[in-house]
Every structure is written in C-alpha cells, then in structure tokens.
Design a protein around this ligand. Structure first.
Ligand code: ZN
Length: 396
C-alpha cells in the first residue's frame, strides 16, 4: 500500500442558540456588505481578472487596505476593524461569485445583494465542542466574543474539525462543522482485487426485509447473510401519517393548505431519513464485522429505476433505497470500503449453482436440477459472479 493518506469529510450540523442572535445577524449583514464591496471592485478592475485566487486576493487587499507604510490606497474598505480572516473569507467568496458571473452568458446583470452564510476561519471562533462554541461577532459598533450553545449532534473524538459555517435558516441558525476523518484503507478496486477480496452484496426488497446483505469470497461463495427487517414497521408508520393527513384535510373541509401539509411532509421526510440512516449504518457495520472491502450494489439504468419506482406503492421501503444508497457511498468510504455497482442481468432468474432457470415460491426458489434455497441469497451470488467476471475481464 502506498503512503498516500486518504480522507473523508463529513459535515456535522448543529442547531445554534444564543441570547445575542441579533449580533450574529449583524455580522452576517456586514459580511455580505464586505463581500458585495469586493465583488464590485473585482468587476471594476479587469487587470485582476486573470489572476489566480491567491494573487487576486493579494491585489485586492493592496488597493483597499492601508499597509504598514501608511500609504493611502485607491479604494479603501469603508468599514474599520474588520478581522483579517473574516475579510479574506468575504474576498474569496466575492472572487468566486464575480468569476462565475464573468463566465456565464445567461446572467445579464451582476448580483446586487448577497445573503451568504458566513464561514468562520481562524480567529473567528474558538473553544468548539459538541455543546458550545465562542464566535467573534459584530455588535454594530465593535467586535466581541459571544458564547453560543450547540445541540443536535456530536463531534467525534480524534477528528480534525475544519472551519465551521453559520447557516441562517428561516426560523433558526445552524452551525455546519466539516469533520475530516482519515480513511484507513484507501486502495483502489484494482489493488483490492489482487488480495483476498471479500464482497458484501446488498439488495433491496419491498417486503418486511428492507435489505439482504451477503458476504461473498472471491469465488462468490456465501460466508454470511444478514436480513435487515423493518419494512412492516415502516409501512405502518407511513399509514399512520397518511391517516393523520387525511383527517386533518377533512377537518379543514378538504381545502388544501400548504402550511398545514408542510408539518406532515417534514415528518414524512424524517421517517425516511431516519430509516435510510439506520439501514445504511447497519450495512456498513455488517461489512466491517466480516472484513468486507467492497459493497456491491445492483446497477439499474435511470429508465429502469423510474419504472420500478412508479410500480411500487408509496409505503414500500424500496422507495427509501435511493437515500440508503446515497448514504452508503460516504459512510462506507469513511471506513475504507468502496461502493461499486454491477449489472443485474439474470441475477433473479438463474440458479447460481448450475445456471438453469429457477422457479420462485415467495422467498424461496428451486431450479430444474433441484437446487433450492433463499431467492435473495441466490441472486446475491449471481450479482457477485457478474461482478467478479467483469473485473476478472478488466484486470487481465
Ligand atoms: Zn441449479
């Protein structure tokens, strides 16, 4: 294995509470004013347009900030005492926005206002823990430190936290903290295949079993199987919610009210997110326990996926499989596992032992030669075989 280090970045989102919300908002306002000032300045100075990010930043500071030599500058920044990293964050955001405007044909007018969240670089925050953080804010006259409470998430031990970002939502303020994990195994698929590779196949079903996972060795022999249940419970939760929506609509005389429906849509979103989170975590955990190095998913074309999604009813856990897949990609990489998709051709219709056609009876299957067992385990083996055949061909 090479010495190259691999990382995975995950954003931890916290809700932020403070008794000085107005100062945070004031800081955001002044940030966006500084951003707008540099945005206009950049557009007015075509000689800077070709400069790289770092150079453009330096050139813009030279014409706006009085240096040690006390020489007057051509376009002084109209606000005094803006902290260095706060200013630089705004300049970088301004350069990016201005360059993107210059590169686009469709946007005719430059942006006239900004309402960006604020990235807190060095010197703008301190003492960050899972429960609190101190932030430097502008109170309208001067800069001061305030203590804010954080809740709703946890910062893991022994990770590197990168610059957090203040995000202003309609009714609350969030702090987004990017967390950098070192990935233990960053090998490519090619490198992994050369050693004794263990694969964890995952298939999604619409029954009580949400996902079937099989650990396969390099000959597609099944070593372990995990059925992740919860489909029935999920369906039940969905039904309860729909009944509530219906009752609430009836109570309103069947009048559509987006505001009232919003609450239920949020709840529905939470149920799905919660399930996707639990199932994807369990899959990665199972793969790790059994030393799997690749998670293998069935690959469906976009058209085919649309057909499947159109055919399954709305309480089916299959509908959450998109979210589970998406979460698997980043959760697996964090633990050094690659996620790969492979062709599904024939996996559900052929016997994995002899290749003959099979007949299904519920969860079971039987082939003409008499091989029988669980149909999902059979299709997992076929999926693994398709994959091993494909990479075998590619690696040769
Ligand atoms: Zn057979």
């Amino acid at each position: 294995m090479s010495d190259k280090k691999y990382y995975s970045i995950v954003t931890k989102k916290f809700n932020l509470k403070t008794s000085h919300e107005e100062w945070l908002i004031e800081s955001q306002n002044i940030y966006n004013k500084v951003l707008y000032f540099y945005y206009c300045l950049f557009l007015d100075h075509p000689e800077i347009h070709g400069a790289s990010g770092q150079n453009a930043l330096r050139l813009m500071e030279q014409i706006t900030i009085v240096g040690r030599d006390k020489k007057p500058v051509s376009d002084p920044l109209p606000w005094k005492g803006i902290p260095l990293y706060f200013r630089r964050a705004a300049i970088n955001a301004a350069i990016a926005a201005a360059k993107s405007f210059l590169a686009r044909d469709i946007q005719e007018e430059p942006t006239s206002t900004f309402s960006s969240g604020v990235t807190l670089y060095k010197g703008m925050y301190r003492e960050l823990t899972s429960q609190s953080v101190q932030i430097k804010v502008y109170d309208g006259e001067e800069w001061r430190w305030i203590c804010c409470r954080l809740y709703g998430n946890i910062l893991p031990d022994n990770v590197l936290c990168m610059s957090p970002r203040l995000v202003f939502r309609e009714k609350r303020i969030e702090l987004h903290v990017p967390v950098k994990y070192q990935v233990q195994d960053g090998r490519t698929l090619k490198e992994r295949v050369q050693s004794d590779l263990k694969i964890c196949t995952v298939q999604f079903t619409g029954g009580n079993t949400i996902a079937v996972c099989c650990i396969l060795d390099t000959y597609a022999n099944v070593e372990k199987v995990l059925f992740i249940p919860g489909g029935r419970e999920y369906r039940h939760r969905c039904c309860m919610l729909w009944n509530k929506i219906e009752a609430s609509r009836k109570a309103r005389g069947n009048v559509r009210q987006d505001h009232a429906d919003w609450k239920y849509r949020q709840k529905w979103k939470h149920i799905n997110e919660d399930l996707a989170h639990q199932v994807s975590s369990r899959i990665v955990e199972f793969c790790c326990e059994n030393k799997g190095k690749v998670i293998l998913l069935p690959k469906y074309s976009r058209d085919y996926s649309h057909i499947i999604m159109g055919a399954v009813e709305s309480g089916s856990p299959i509908r959450v499989s998109y979210q589970i897949r998406r979460q698997l990609w980043y959760k697996a990489w964090k633990d050094g596992i690659l996620v790969v998709e492979t062709e599904v051709y024939g996996i559900g219709s052929k016997c994995a032992v002899c290749g003959e056609d099979i007949r299904k009876h519920g969860e079971l299957y039987k082939c003409v030669q008499g091989h029988q067992g669980n149909r999902w385990v059979n299709s997992s083996k076929n999926l693994g075989k398709n994959f091993l055949y494909k990479i075998g061909k590619q690696m040769r």
